[in-house]
Design a protein around this ligand. Sequence first.
Ligand code: UDP
Length: 356
Amino acid sequence: MARILLTGGAGFIGSHTAVALLGRGHDVVLADNFSNASRSVPARLKDITGVDCPVHEVDIRNTQAMQAVLAGGAFDAVIHFAALKAVGESEANPLLYFDVNVAGTLSLLTAMRHAGIGRIVFSSSATVYGAPEHCPIAEAAPLHATNIYGRTKLIMEDMIGDLVRTGMLSTAFLLRYFNPVGAHPSGLIGEDPRGVPANLMPYLCQVAAGQRDCLTVFGDDYPTPDGTGVRDYLHVMDLAEAHCAAVEVALGTYGTHAVNLGTGTGYSVLDLLHTFERATGLAIPYRIGPRRPGDAPSCYADPTLAKAMLGWTAKRTLHDMCQDSWHWQSLSAKARQAAEHGGSQAPTTAGAQLLA
Ligand code: UDP
């Protein structure tokens, strides 16, 4: 059993990882500034796991506060999720992204050094491969940032790798996520994007819930089987279990290891849409729109190294991902409407119709 600090532990991937770690008997402490996470998450984690995790409301950029959290904790490792993640926002406000992601990571690493903690599992992204030349993508593929968000992930990977090389850290796993979707099957935690969702699954869920009229498919003229973009969607609980494996392996190993986390299978936008319809019984209105600038036609992982190093492979299907995303979305839409209408209204499905 290990004692682990999760920065960004109340966020989408952090909260699911907390559930998985607690399920394996680890001791988990959350640190989050709640800038993009609900304050109800710790209570929901308790409902799911029966465990009351300690929570520190703290910004990773506050080095002194992070030192205080780490100094008293006797932590074996840190899993570092806390970061901003919206590509468009990163291009509009690069300084903010350098500050939160890069300076925030520097601050965390400084606090870790102060506390003598040498093991980190880092939340990286397949975005570090830029526009990939070949699929499936292995870890040795060229690295390339196509936007500020991706640039910050590359800088953070480099910083952590340099600290391992120079001996300040003993072990780092740089986990490069493909497309995390889904939610815990309880429907109590899930992804809750602020504003208009930029990503496909949350947008699809909001159309299904009647919060948006119609999904726009960004291009149907790509060189893919049906012309729409292909991605490697990964259930967030599979991703959470990969973090458990990484932290457990990290406790007994040294060095920096970049590892892809994906299923290894690509699905198109229309594959996902039709699987969602089958999983939910709802017909999703959609229209074909122009390509989104900067989108790659296809992006899916070679997950061989994850299996070899972590003994991990994704188990859950695209159908599971859709079912669990919708379960979370419909429960949270119900809760939102109950709050707005004093509990008397059922959720609307203005954007979606029941399948015949
Ligand atoms: N996509 C889409 N409509 C949307 C959002 C996304 O057609 O409203 C497409 C997008 O072009 C890509 C796929 O869905 O082919 C996944 O997009 P997402 O933003 O979720 O992930 P990323 O492109 O960052 O891998």
